[in-house]
Design a protein around this ligand. Structure first.
Ligand code: ASP
Length: 310
């Protein structure tokens, strides 16, 4: 660790998407900025007292899951059939432990369940009713599915269905959440949580809970959380690819993020990524008009942003 290396660093996102200063009003901007600041503060509170990157990304993502403005936990988007199905993943760079869950309908904070899978079970990835049995067995809090539903997300589903030009969220109202952190011990971690895409059906699962696609962490390279058109992020193996590029080519976090986003663009995918390295460098890159995002570190960096020019 050089003098220039921050003791800790954290970056968060609340989803990439089509938002511009013309499409998001002042009230929505203030609400999203407040949510980002709360999540950043939750992560910072852990890291500043020497807590682990894993605890920091858990705390930040729980805060965003509980905030109805973001598409994860409470405020998740609706499936085609009017339900909420949640996906989440978490990974520790130290030893590359990982846990993930998909198609969750009753667990209040899917990231906590992903973490329980990582820490308490023999498996990495659980889905549906089985994952919720695991939650019950491990004391992870359950809620009535109505907890996740908000009127605004229902309106978005109805708008999508009324368009009748396809069942997929072509308007790109992404709002997946994620966090990456580097702690004072030099370990990194990543977590991502989402409701997926409005109007999803057939048990569709995106990149967010897939280790290596939407979420990855490795102390040899860095930690990554993604948001965007999940199908292309899966095909690119995006989060692992960014880590592999940093480890094997020596690219910076920002270079590796931009290279992989460009590859996703060739496949007609768009979105964003957040990256932190074991040296405490952070990168926030996106190819959409905006990405809800923020970062902080022990050297005093502390910022949130929404639009491309922020
Ligand atoms: N990547 C997520 C998915 O495909 C969507 C998002 O980022 O909002 O499920």
């Amino acid at each position: 660790m050089t003098d220039a290396t921050p003791k800790w660093a954290i970056a968060i996102h609340g989803g990439a998407g089509s938002m511009t200063p013309d499409t998001l009003d002042a009230t929505a901007i203030a609400a999203h900025e407040a949510g980002l600041n709360t999540a950043l503060e939750a992560g910072r509170a852990v890291l500043a007292v020497g807590g682990s990157a894993l605890d920091a990304v858990t705390a930040a993502v729980v805060a965003l899951e509980d905030d109805p403005h973001f598409n994860a936990g409470r405020g998740a988007v609706f499936t085609y059939h009017g339900t909420n199905e949640l996906d989440a993943a978490i990974m520790a760079g130290d030893g590359r432990g990982a846990g993930a869950v998909a198609a969750i309908t009753h667990t209040k904070n899917p990231v906590r369940l992903a973490r329980a899978v990582m820490e308490a079970g023999p498996h990495v990835f659980l889905s549906g009713a089985g994952a919720e049995d695991f939650a019950r067995d491990h004391g992870v809090e359950a809620v009535d599915p109505g907890w996740f539903a908000t009127p605004e997300r229902l309106r978005q589903l109805e708008e999508l269905k009324a368009r009748k030009d396809g069942w997929f969220d072509a308007g790109m109202k992404y709002g997946t959440v994620g966090a990456v952190a580097r702690d004072a011990a030099g370990h990194v971690a990543a977590a991502t949580s989402t409701g997926g895409l409005t109007g999803k059906r057939w048990g569709r699962i995106g990149d967010s809970p897939l280790i290596g696609a939407g979420t990855y962490a490795d102390d040899r390279s860095g930690a990554v959380s993604c948001t965007g058109s999940g199908e292309q992020f899966i095909r690119a193996g995006a989060a692992h690819e960014i880590c592999a590029r940093m480890r094997l080519t020596g690219e910076s976090a920002d270079q590796a993020a931009r290279t992989v986003l460009a590859e996703i663009g060739v496949m007609d995918g768009v979105g964003g990524v957040i990256v932190v390295t074991p040296q405490g460098e952070t990168a926030l890159a996106f190819t959409t008009p905006g990405m809800f995002r923020g970062r902080a570190d022990s050297s005093g960096l502390n910022e949130v942003g929404i639009f491309g020019q922020d």
